[in-house]
Structures are given as C-alpha cells and as structure tokens.
Design a binder for this molecule. Structure first.
Ligand SMILES: Nc1nc2c(c(=O)[nH]1)N[C@H]1C(S)=C(S)[C@@H](COP(=O)(O)O)O[C@H]1N2
Ligand SMILES: [Mo]
Length: 231
C-alpha cells in the first residue's frame, strides 16, 4: 500500500513563498489579536521549530501540505465548478457564483489518517445541500463524486454523508480565502472523516447512484473514513 507524503518537490517553491510572505504578516498578527493569529497559524505551524521561543510556545499542532501532483494554479477569472451527472439541470459555477451562495461557517478539528491533526480550524463555505439545490438531484442520485483540477485526485461520499451538518465545500480558512496549497479556490470538508476525503482544488462534482473508490481508497484506504470508526 502506498502512503501519503507531503507535497512533491515541484510543489514546494510555492509553499515556501507563501510561508515567507505570511510569516512577515504573522509576527505582527500577534498585535491584531486571535482572529489574525488564526489566519497565519496554519502557515506558521509547520516550521514551529525555527520560530523564536515565545512564538513557538503558542504552537499546538500543524498542517502539512499534501498533494499527489504539482499544485494547480487558480485563476479566479477562468476557474469554474461543473456540477453534473444524475441531475435535472447541470450547472457550471464561476468563483463569483460560488461565493454568492448561502455561506456557512464552522470551527472544527482536522485529522489526517497518518496521525497529525489541527484543532479549531475555522472554515467558511457552502453546505452541499445549498450547493446542489440549483442542479436539482434526481431521485436516483445517492452519491457525490468530487474531482480535483490536478487531474489525479478524486473521492466520493454518499448523499447522506455530504449532507451532514458540518460537511461543506469550503472556500475560506481562518477567515481568509483558501490559500493555493490548501486547495484554492475550494475543497471538500467533512470533519467526521479523515482528511483524505477532502478533495482540494475541486473543479467538478458529479451526482451518482453509488460512491466510488477515490485516490487513496484505490491504494488501500477505507471508503468510509469515519474517525470514530462508525459502521
Ligand atoms: N487534490 C488533492 N486533495 C487532497 C490531497 C491530495 O493529495 N490532492 N490529500 C488529502 C489528504 S490525505 C489530506 S490529509 C489533506 C491535507 O490537507 P492540507 O494539504 O491542506 O494540509 O488533503 C487531502 N486532499
Ligand atoms: Mo491525509
């Protein structure tokens, strides 16, 4: 079985640039208060070891950027999200369309199956029920397939899983637009399951009769990725 690894080398330069930019803002963010700190936190944490001691002391846990390909570019003017499959009305949403949908917010913990977690992640986005309202799913649609703009990564959920109260398509993290390493412009969030269900750089959703095995499931992971080992 393959195992998850941090983003490949060709993806690193971007992540590093982002880190340097945000560290500059990050130090002063301590003066702006907790909200600003949260925004910078996800980027600061992976390098806790190189931070000066007082800042390092605040670090509890951290993100690792995962990508099985190089990290896709996001152009707000050209990006679209196609929603098709078992629906009455397929649609193609622009980034502006996506942000115009009813917005939901939540603070939830994030767990990767390889053993790292991030507590209290503030997500903003749209609930799948609100996202799918426009396409009017057919009665036969019992599952949702998610596809990444990276051309390699996909996963699926049953409709019931996608409609859980804290599942969403997130386009904000920590009160700011999702950064490119974290999946800009949008990623799947389902806190009750391990992070591999959360397809980043999402650009297509297809409604299906039944779920399929996603990228990591084809490499040995469980299709039902419940963190608390629910049936
Ligand atoms: N497109 C894509 N989405 C992905 C992955 C990936 O490699 N490619 N990795 C998944 C895994 S295993 C995890 S734990 C999370 C990690 O999110 P992060 O890179 O924002 O920390 O993204 C998930 N979504
Ligand atoms: Mo993961």
């Amino acid at each position: 079985m393959d195992i998850e690894r941090p983003a490949p080398d060709d993806a690193r330069p971007y992540g590093r640039r982002t880190f340097l930019t945000l560290v500059a803002g990050g130090a002063s963010s301590l003066l702006w208060g907790p909200a600003a700190w949260n925004i910078a936190r996800d980027v600061l944490l992976p390098v806790a070891g190189v931070l000066p001691p007082p800042l390092g002391g605040l670090v509890r846990s951290g993100w690792r950027i995962y990508s099985v390909t190089s990290i896709p570019h996001f152009d707000p003017a050209r990006w679209s999200l196609k929603i098709d499959g078992l629906v009455e009305q397929p649609v193609e949403l622009s980034y502006a369309d996506l942000r115009a949908l009813p917005r939901a917010e939540q603070v939830t913990d994030f767990h990767c199956v390889t053993g790292w977690s991030v507590s209290d992640v503030r997500w903003g986005g749209v609930r799948f029920r609100d996202l799918l309202a426009a396409v009017r799913p057919l009665p036969a649609a019992q599952a949702v397939g998610f596809f990444s703009a990276d051309g390699a990564y996909s996963d699926s959920l049953t409709m019931d899983q996608a409609y859980l109260g804290d599942a969403m398509l997130a386009y904000q993290m920590g009160g700011a637009p999702l950064t490119r390493p974290h999946g800009a412009p949008a990623r799947v969030v389902i806190p009750e399951m391990y992070g591999y269900k959360g397809v980043k750089w999402l650009n297509r959703i297809t409604l299906l009769e039944r779920p399929f095995d996603g990228y990591w499931e084809n490499r040995g992971y469980d299709r039902n990725a419940w963190i608390d080992h629910r049936a």
